[in-house]
Design a protein around this ligand. Structure first.
Ligand SMILES: [Zn+2]
Ligand SMILES: [Zn+2]
Length: 461
């Protein structure tokens, strides 16, 4: 009896702590409910202040209630303008909102030439499902073309796969290696498998890939089958027809994730303002690289080239013709480099568009500038162009979004979070898992749906 009471008390204190945190956030950042009312006006003001911005909202209508928030999308003009200077790899990701209402924060980003995250767009949706993701991708389609040049990287959530297959029929899509190795570690208990999957995924050459993959096969044949079932081209760089460069995970920048993690605690307007202010600062700071930099390359890529330069020492280079070279490394492996076509048989040169050690050894022999072999994406000039446009705040009225009494008649998302403390730990999405045999299905006693229990149920009843 004592034990039960003790546990009960803990639960209540957790619940109280959660509620009081919500109240404190409402006090500090404005109300969760009225924030949705002010959202249309806020977005309109933001578009006026920041030309080229794409802001969209979608509501559902119900005779009894009126308009209810469904989805919103925001891509600032400065991001859309800078996007043309990025490599065409788009990382899409998601996080659950932590405020009063159930919802999901979707995001799209690229990686700039200095290996920093380049935020493209965010979406807020009332639930993470096929329709919501499809809507989000349709918004992206307004400025990211449906082309085979475009590569999406995401975790293996089924709704993301659905959305891309509906909207981006020509684009390529591949899996985040971090999520994949995490799944492998969860479902296959043999030691070292996660490490080997990462190694196989990152390999540039097929024989390098098969060396790691055969080790996986030897350790756990069912894991190898699982990886084949996903489709090798969907996770292994050596098998991928498009170019994902170095972007192997959806976790391209921890800084962006921490911005989103913090923002998702807030009511919707404070969330958007938090992100807008962060982007404003990033754009202002990152373009200054032009004045401070020396040489052609961004700081991060300069480091990579310097490392490759050190590794090129002691290689034996023989000329095939004025542009082609045979390179023997210290392990006596032979590579062929073409400086004109920026190609090496190790594949790293053409996959990263940064000269590999073999290309650098050849360039030294040919008296070709090493920096000239690096793609324009990685130059400080390109970086400055990508961040050229200012992001500005909304200054008309004391508070972004204006007077709450002047808001339109729109109500927050339909689903209110049920009482209880939401879990903070990450839940693997069902779409990430293909191991049907190992997954037991339990129906939720609250809503009867499978895949969760009444403790984690977020469905409004
Ligand atoms: Zn090479
Ligand atoms: Zn449920």
């Amino acid at each position: 009896m004592q034990l039960m009471l003790g546990e009960h008390n803990i639960r209540i204190s957790y619940w109280k702590a959660w509620r009081s945190r919500e109240v404190a956030l409402e006090y500090a950042k404005g109300s969760f409910g009225t924030a949705y009312r002010m959202l249309p006006q806020y977005l309109e003001n933001l578009v006026v202040a920041n030309p080229g911005t794409v802001a969209e909202m979608h509501t559902s209508y119900d005779d009894a209630v009126g308009h209810k928030f469904k989805y919103m999308f925001l891509a600032l003009g400065a991001s859309i303008n800078g996007l043309k200077h990025m490599r065409k790899v788009i990382v899409v990701d998601r996080a659950h909102l932590r405020g009063k209402y159930v919802g999901c924060l979707l995001s799209a980003s690229a990686q700039d030439g200095n290996y920093q995250v380049f935020p493209i767009a965010i979406g807020i949706v009332d639930g993470e499902n096929d329709k919501a993701w499809e809507w989000f991708f349709n918004m992206l389609l307004k400025f990211i073309p449906n082309s085979s040049e475009v590569v999406f990287v995401s975790d293996r959530h089924s709704s993301i796969y659905h959305g891309i297959s509906k909207v981006y029929t020509a684009a390529r899509h591949c899996a985040c290696i971090l999520h994949l190795t995490r799944n492998v570690r969860t479902y296959f208990k043999t030691k070292n498998l996660g490490y080997l999957v990462g190694k196989a995924a990152r390999a540039f050459q097929l024989d390098e890939f098969y060396r790691a993959f055969n080790e996986i096969k030897t350790l756990d044949a069912s894991c190898a089958e699982y990886l084949i079932a996903i489709g090798l081209e969907n996770w292994a760089r050596a098998h991928f027809e498009g170019n994902r460069y170095n972007i192997m995970t959806s976790n391209v920048a921890e800084t962006w994730n921490s911005v989103l993690r913090e923002a998702r605690e807030y009511p919707v307007l404070a969330l958007l303002e938090h992100i807008r202010a962060k982007l404003m600062t990033w754009f202002a700071e990152r373009r200054i690289v032009k004045q401070g930099g020396n040489g052609r390359l961004t700081a991060r890529v300069k480091e990579i080239v310097e490392t490759n330069f050190r590794n090129s020492g002691g290689m034996l280079v023989r000329m095939i013709n004025s542009m082609k070279f045979e390179v023997k490394d210290k392990d006596d492996s032979t590579y062929e480099v073409n400086l004109g076509e920026k190609y090496c048989t190790c594949f790293a040169f053409q996959k990263l568009l940064i000269p590999c050690p073999h290309a650098i050894a050849s360039a030294i022999k040919a008296k070709v500038s090493i920096e000239s072999l690096v793609a324009d994406f990685y130059t400080i000039d390109t970086l400055a162009l990508a961040y050229a446009e200012d992001i500005v705040p909304i200054t008309n009225g004391a508070k972004a979004g204006g007077d709450p009494t002047q808001g339109v008649d729109m109500f927050p998302p339909a689903s209110r979070r049920p009482p209880g403390r939401p879990r903070k730990s990450t839940i693997l999405s069902t779409g990430e898992i293909r191991m049907k045999t190992r997954r037991r299905k339990h129906a939720c006693s609250r809503c009867k749906a499978a895949g969760h229990n009444k403790e984690t149920c977020k469905v409004a009843i």
